[in-house]
Design a protein around this ligand. Structure first.
Ligand SMILES: Nc1ncnc2c1ncn2[C@@H]1O[C@H](COP(=O)(O)OP(=O)(O)OP(=O)(O)O)[C@@H](O)[C@H]1O
Ligand SMILES: [Mg+2]
Length: 275
């Protein structure tokens, strides 16, 4: 628990990219799930993809009251649904009334004392991203390792810097053919953002989606689940467990992946924020 005399130092983290389909919703959901189910944290997951929300569909949630209603003036507590231990605020697919999306920050700030982390999923739409970046304490950029996606994703980093919200790291998702894709050093050199996790394109994601269950719950030993756990461990300052036989011994041979070093820095920042 992060309580300091009853006042929790919640982090509000947003997963962003200006490219659709890169895995923002998947990674926001899976990170929330790992923080809750592997590290015992209390997490509020908010679907702030205002025009094409997906979290409700991923988890088969009813969404009678949504984030849109909260932005319209209904108390946010009415829009919180529990799934796999995560408190979730879905959004509406077809809200009729105009809402002020810039109220997001104010609404979420009220709920900070109740949670260890608030995680925001976002839209790839540039204008819809602005209120999300404004509401977040830190941004994680989601990209895949190809020049088209990376170039587009960088626009989100630029927007975050313009809004003075720190870009904490990048998650490289859907790695398919490393020989034909950017490697970690290339991505960091181009983006100037540290890579915090490398996640393969894995067919079992389709199975988890089919079961409407996070892969970190449905298939815990899957390589994607293990990578997400490592990333989540760094966010909440927990030590990283080596995920396989080779990894267990590689550090002793002086070989450590750059993303592991970056996660260690993230972990350190977490400790420092608690002082
Ligand atoms: N590592 C992965 N391996 C395989 N499939 C993945 C992976 N990550 C995400 N997917 C799949 O890719 C699709 C798009 O993912 P997701 O909905 O998370 O993207 P998004 O960035 O949120 O999209 P949008 O911009 O439309 O909101 C989904 O079917 C999801 O299951
Ligand atoms: Mg999405």
């Amino acid at each position: 628990m992060l309580s300091i005399e009853g006042d929790k130092m919640t982090n509000t983290l947003a997963f962003v990219s200006i490219k659709g389909g890169v895995g923002k919703t998947t990674l926001a959901l899976e990170t929330a799930s790992a923080l809750v189910n592997d590290f015992g944290k209390k997490v509020l997951l908010v679907d702030a993809n205002f025009s094409a929300p997906n979290i409700g569909l991923y988890l088969d949630l009813t969404n009678e009251v949504t984030l849109h209603d909260a932005l319209f003036g209904v108390g946010l507590h009415n829009a919180i649904y529990e799934s796999h231990g995560i408190d979730i605020v879905p959004a509406s697919m077809d809200y009729q009334d105009e809402v002020d999306v810039f109220k997001l920050k104010k609404i979420l700030n009220k709920f900070k004392p109740r949670y260890d982390f608030i995680i925001i999923d976002s839209s790839p739409n540039y204008e819809e991203l602005k209120p999300v970046i404004a509401a977040a304490d830190k941004i994680f950029i989601v990209t895949s390792p190809d020049h088209v996606t990376l170039t587009t994703s960088l626009k989100a980093a630029k927007l975050a810097r313009e809004q003075e919200t720190p870009v904490e790291g990048m998650i490289v998702n859907k790695i398919r053919s490393p020989r034909h894709e950017f490697n970690l050093n290339e991505i960091e050199n181009i983006s100037e953002v540290p890579v915090m996790a490398r996640i393969r394109d894995h067919k079992n994601m389709a199975i988890a989606l089919h079961h409407k269950t996070p892969i970190t719950v449905h298939d815990r030993e899957n390589i994607v689940s293990k990578e997400i756990r490592k990333f989540a461990s760094a966010i909440c300052g927990e030590p990283e467990k080596p995920s396989g036989f080779f990894q267990r011994f590689l550090p002793f041979r002086g070989f450590v992946h750059k993303d592991e070093v970056n996660r260690e820095m993230l972990r350190k920042k977490f400790y420092e924020s608690q002082l």
